[in-house]
Every structure is written in structure tokens, then in C-alpha cells.
Design a protein around this ligand. Structure first.
Ligand code: FAD
Length: 477
């Protein structure tokens, strides 16, 4: 009797507890991926993520075929399709690795109880986190809202540290099972091909994830603590989309880092693994506060007077604000489906504080354009920047978009790459071209207002406006 392995955010063979369990059962294995756009509602996968998914499923399909059993693709509501697949195949057991999004938890609970009622066994596993959210709590038994004590506690509960091997071989069911064709799902852009810039940057899939992790650990982890804030250097691991889709697990990363760095005690591996810790923390927040992506965590912000100006939002999303560091970030996002963390913070802060646009509008834009769009990390990132979240930057701490650029992209190389119309400007002016003398602009061939916009808001005035709006909020409270 076959076992169904329902793949979701665990698109890999190695260190996959659900697949491992099925392989060990020594029965035919039916791996299935269901593209369900209905159940997640507003959080159905965005466009850039679909590009990634297409390529990742292609790789997963190849790997499973190589191991002995083909991947079955189905599109529709998981709660309807799984029972159908069980009926078709006679499977009596379904296994999966757990997801933590509120809609996914609700879906999984319902499916599990319906299947159990029908006599089908369901087993779920932890394949995606080092520490699941219900394992750590404060002394008072409450969920953690502050990162440092969370991480200190979480590290005491790491549990199993050795990743599981990929199954050597899997047996296929005797009769072939109907599957959709990936190409028919329309996950790739047609015209215009906005993903053309993704191809040179990313190799989705388990092999790509392993290579990216290996490359980072071999050549860059030892300068991570210093380089991680520098978008002009290739200082971070860029594993975020691989982690989101589960092409690599945090446990595999932990183990590889600790082997390569002879433990995790030194500054650089420590710092790197604490970023993996922020991922754990974000999942912890989403689990305990399921409205995190929709509602201000601090409800005093519910009466904040956002000024949702469409023109300004458009300028921000297209990288046309007149602030080169922000614009470089927004264009990096559009071109490559990813943005450096430092620039995410500055660009998000610019939207929320300089333009007074609701963080949820920015969150939606990121959701559609990031290849690593992740409900837990995205909502935690936005609420942190907006000052509305748990353990967030205080609202009155407003990033200065040009001094941030000068500090973290001192030669202007990052801006030159993504805002090529400013490429000939000297480093001294590249982050604040509006202050450059006419002769410098002339020489660099930059006509402000024509080739590149003048700032859409004045920094000091915008800063005062944001502080005044925050003060109003406090006095209203
Ligand atoms: P590295 O520095 O190499 O870090 C390794 C891994 O740790 C990352 O891959 C990621 O999984 C995790 N990580 C690192 N920083 C954070 C963080 N601050 N919060 C949570 N996890 C972290 N990350 C996403 O994966 N998906 C998102 O949708 C997302 N949206 C964000 C929105 C905003 C406004 C902000 C400020 C941050 C957001 N982040 C998000 C977090 C962070 O920017 C990215 O994880 C990071 O830039 C990915 O690059 P990397 O893999 O090279 O990171």
C-alpha cells in the first residue's frame, strides 16, 4: 500500500523527515505537490515566487525520478485533492513536514482530522525550523517578543543536530498516476519577461542550494560579521529563497557551518547563525500572533494617519524616489527578485516614514516581487522597520537614506550597478546628487529631473512630518 508524501515548503530529498519516514516504511512512495491558490487567500504565492517554484519543482521532479518515483503535480484546493488522490491510489498514509502560516495550520488540521476520520494515517514532522514555536517560552510561559532572550532560550532546545541523508532509492507505485504538466501551470512570465534578470543570479533547487551554501561557507562566512551590511560586497549567503522553499534546511546549514568553522563559537559563524535565529524568531511571532501580517502588533498604531499617495508609492516601487540608495534597492528587487537586507531596511523605512505610506502596502509589493517572499520574515521585517512590531526599531528612529548609502556603499558601487544613469558621478555626490554642483552633474552627464528624478520629498521636512504624525499618535493615546 503506497504512502503519499505531500511536499510543500520542503522541496528537497536530503534532511527531509517526512520523505525519510516514507522511504523507511519500505512501501511505494507517491510524492505530490499541490498548487493551491485558494486556501492562502491574500497570501497566494506572488509572481517572483512562482518563477522560483517552477524551477524548484523541475529540479525536485528530476531528483525524485532519479531516486525511483515520479513527482505528481496537481492544482486546486488541497483539502479536496488529497482525498481524491488517496482514492485513486489506495494509499493509507499521508506524511508532510509542518508549515507555520496561519492558513496552512488551519488547512493541515482540517485535512488531518478528515483523513483520520476516513481511516487514513497522517504523520507530520519538523523539517523547516531548528526549534518549533511551541517548544520555547518565557519563564512565565508566554511567547517571546524579544529576539535576544528568545534566541538564548531556543539554542537550549536544538535537539537533533545531524541532518538526515537523502533516501538512496524510492519505489514507485505499480500503476502510473496522472500528473499535471509543470509548463501548463503558467508560473513563468511571458511578455514582458520581467524575470530575465533572475536567471543569471539564481540556481533554484536542492543542488543550487547546496552549492550556494558551500560557496558561502568556503569563501565568505569568515568575513560575514563585517561584510553583511555592505550591499556593495557579496557578503551574505543569499540562501533566503532556498530556505523559504525548503531546498535546504536550517539544520543542514547549522551542521555545515559548525563542521567547517570547528564549532559555532567564533564571531562570524555566531553572527551568521543568529540571522538564522531571526528566521526562527519571525516564525515564532507568526505562530503566536497569527495576525502579524495584517495588523499592527502594537495596536496604538491603529489610529496612525497614513497618507497613501499612489504617485509616491509608484515612484518608490519603480526606484524613482530621487534617493539613489533607496532606488538602487528597489531596482535590485525588480531586476533580481532579491534585495540586500540593509537596503530592505532603508527602502522600507523610506516608504513608511518619509512617505507615510502604510507598511502593509510595502509588504504586499515585496510579497509579489521577492523570490524569498516569506510570510513570517516579511511581516516581521516590515513591522520591525515600521516600529509597529514586537522588538521593533522605535518609530522615531528614522533612517537617513543618503547617509546610510554613504556608510554602507561608500564608493557608490552598489548605486552604480543598479542606477546606471548616475554611474559617472563621483562617490562624493552619488548618494546626494541634488547637492552636486552643476559642473559635476554636467561632467557626469546627469540632468536631474530628466535623467534621474530630484528627491520626491525633502529629507528634513519628511522627517519632521513623520515625527509630528508620531507625536499626534502619542498624544491621542
Ligand atoms: P543572510 O544574511 O545570509 O542570512 C541567512 C538567512 O537568515 C537568510 O537567508 C534568512 O533566512 C535569515 N535571515 C537573515 N536576516 C533575517 C531577518 N532580518 N529576519 C528573518 N530572517 C532573516 N527575509 C525573507 O526570507 N523573506 C522575506 O520576505 C523577507 N522580507 C523582509 C522585509 C523587510 C522589510 C526586511 C527589513 C527584511 C526582510 N527579510 C526577509 C529578512 C532579510 O532581509 C533576508 O532574509 C535577507 O536579506 C536574505 O538574504 P541572505 O539569504 O543573503 O541573508
Amino acid at each position: 500500500v503506497p504512502v503519499i508524501v505531500w511536499f510543500r515548503q520542503d522541496l528537497r530529498l536530503a534532511d527531509n523527515p517526512a520523505l525519510h519516514y516514507a522511504a523507511d516504511a519500505d512501501r511505494p512512495v507517491i510524492p505530490v505537490y499541490i498548487l493551491d491558490d485558494e486556501t492562502p487567500g491574500h497570501w497566494a504565492m506572488g509572481s517572483a515566487s512562482r518563477w522560483w517554484l517552477h524551477h524548484s519543482l523541475k529540479e525536485l521532479g528530476k531528483a525524485l525520478r532519479g531516486a525511483g518515483t515520479p513527482l505528481v503535480l496537481r492544482r486546486g484546493k488541497a483539502a479536496d485533492l488529497l482525498p481524491k488522490l488517496i482514492e485513486e491510489t489506495g494509499a493509507d498514509r499521508v506524511v508532510w513536514n509542518r508549515c507555520y502560516e496561519p492558513y496552512a495550520r488551519e488547512r493541515d488540521e482540517k485535512i488531518k482530522s478528515a483523513l483520520n476520520d476516513a481511516g487514513v494515517q497522517v504523520n507530520s514532522f519538523n523539517g523547516g525550523l531548528l526549534v518549533e514555536p511551541w517548544t520555547v517560552a518565557t519563564k512565565a510561559g508566554d511567547p517571546f517578543r524579544v529576539f535576544t532572550p528568545f534566541w538564548r532560550e531556543a539554542r537550549q532546545h536544538l535537539g537533533r543536530v545531524d541532518p538526515l541523508p537523502a533516501p538512496q532509492s524510492l519505489s514507485a507505485p505499480e500503476t502510473a498516476i496522472a500528473s499535471d504538466h509543470l509548463a501548463d501551470w503558467g508560473l513563468l512570465p511571458t511578455k514582458p519577461d520581467w524575470a530575465a534578470g533572475f536567471e543569471p543570479v539564481w540556481i533554484p533547487g536542492e543542488d543550487g542550494a547546496r552549492d550556494a551554501a558551500g560557496d558561502f561557507i568556503d569563501s565568505r562566512i569568515n568575513s560575514y560579521a563585517d561584510d553583511r551590511d555592505r550591499p556593495d560586497r557579496d557578503g551574505t549567503s543569499r540562501l533566503s529563497p532556498h530556505l523559504h522553499f525548503g531546498e535546504i534546511s536550517p539544520r543542514q546549514i547549522w551542521s555545515a557551518v559548525s563542521h567547517a568553522c570547528d564549532g559555532v563559537g567564533r564571531k562570524d559563524p555566531q553572527k551568521y547563525l543568529s540571522e538564522i535565529g531571526w528566521r526562527e524568531f519571525s516564525h515564532n511571532l507568526l505562530f503566536h500572533f497569527p495576525d502579524f501580517p495584517e495588523a499592527n502588533h502594537q495596536d496604538k498604531f491603529n489610529s496612525f494617519r497614513w497618507q497613501n499617495d499612489d504617485q509616491r508609492f509608484k515612484a518608490w516601487s519603480k526606484g524613482q524616489t530621487g534617493y539613489p540608495f533607496v532606488d538602487a534597492g528597489m531596482r535590485q528587487l525588480w531586476q533580481t527578485g532579491w534585495m540586500h537586507n540593509r537596503v530592505r531596511m532603508v527602502a522600507a523605512s523610506f516608504l513608511v516614514k518619509h512617505l507615510l505610506i502604510d507598511w502593509r502596502k510595502g509588504q504586499d509589493w515585496f510579497w509579489d516581487t521577492l523570490v524569498d517572499a516569506d510570510l513570517a520574515n516579511n511581516s516581521a521585517g516590515w513591522q520591525w522597520v515600521a516600529g509597529t512590531g514586537a522588538d521593533a526599531a522605535p518609530y522615531f528612529r528614522i533612517f537617513n537614506p543618503f547617509t546610510q548609502g554613504e556608510k554602507f556603499d561608500p564608493d557608490g558601487e552598489y548605486v552604480r550597478e543598479f542606477v546606471p544613469e548616475l554611474a559617472a558621478l563621483p562617490a562624493k555626490w552619488i548618494h546626494r546628487p541634488w547637492e552636486a554642483p552643476d559642473s559635476v552633474l554636467d561632467e557626469a552627464g546627469v540632468r536631474l529631473g530628466t535623467d534621474y528624478p530630484k528627491p520626491i520629498v525633502d529629507h528634513s521636512a519628511a522627517r519632521e512630518r513623520a515625527l509630528a504624525a508620531f507625536k499626534d499618535l502619542k498624544s491621542a493615546a
